[in-house]
Design a protein around this ligand. Structure first.
Ligand code: MLT
Length: 250
């Protein structure tokens, strides 16, 4: 496959294709609760990004465009020319990179707990510091720092902590650097011709709901679904509401 990366993926259901892209530092299993709620509506394609889950791990640095090109390669392999995309957090950054590179292959774009803006200098430096900590001490440092910010729900915390610890060092370090170096997509969003959907928990402690409201303010035609009481992991915290919102992509 593209860039000599083998992507693992799951495919469920029937209908128009919807690609579900997980966030950092997780894998496709975050969609397990919403897949059964959407499989009568969509042909769901959920990859593990390179370096995560069962996909192969890269040695060197990678970019959001590399992640996006891996998905383009997967869609070519599956014979899917065009699809809707739903990206969770970092998965949203990947979906934006895909949409910029292959706008003709996108029928709609949902950003779940995500944002189109790039990192500021402080955030960028923090990513490099975390990457060094992971290199020195392992992915446990990310699990400890991030888990409380992902959800206030104990069950969800246990799930994401275990999932984070299961990821590879190289995958986590590569994604941290890719996030630090990602483009700012705010200015290109208005150029997109397909519908844009924003799904955001109003209790998100990692990426505040204000980021989605700012997009809605400059792009009034975008749909914004705010999920009351949900944190950064709405597909696990409020799967029914998240699935209903994603049906707007049909
Ligand atoms: C994610 O949840 O995918 C990332 O933590 C997002 C980020 O750090 O910008």
């Amino acid at each position: 496959m593209e860039n000599n990366i083998d992507l693992s993926y799951e495919r469920h259901g029937k209908g128009p294709p919807l690609v579900l892209i997980h966030g950092f530092p997780l894998d496709l299993s975050i969609w397990d609760k919403v897949v059964p709620l959407l499989e009568n509506d969509f042909d769901l394609i959920a990859p593990d990004l390179r370096g995560f889950g069962e996909s192969s791990t890269m040695d060197g640095p990678c970019t959001m465009l590399d992640f996006a090109n891996d998905i383009a390669g997967l869609l070519d392999f599956l014979g899917v020319e065009k699809a809707a995309f739903a990206g969770h957090s970092m998965g949203g950054y990947v979906a934006l990179a895909f949409a910029k590179e292959y706008p003709e292959r996108v029928s709609g774009l949902a950003l779940i707990s995500s944002q189109p803006g790039a990192d500021n200098l402080e955030r960028k430096e923090g990513r490099y510091k975390t990457a060094q900590d992971v290199a020195d001490k392992g992915v446990g440092v990310v699990a400890e720092a991030m888990t409380p910010k992902l959800s206030a729900n104990k069950e969800v915390q246990d799930f994401v902590r275990a999932l984070t610890i299961a990821q590879s060092k190289n995958g986590v370090i590569g994604a941290l650097k890719a996030m630090a170096e990602r483009d700012d997509f705010m200015s290109i969003l208005p150029q997109f011709k397909f519908p844009i959907l924003l799904i955001h928990g109003d209790a998100d402690a990692l990426i505040p709901v204000d980021r989605a409201r700012e997009v809605k303010a400059v792009l009034p035609e975008a749909r914004l679904v705010e999920l009351t009481g949900a944190g950064h992991m709405p597909m696990l915290e409020v799967p029914d509401e998240t699935a209903e919102a994603l049906k707007l992509l049909k």
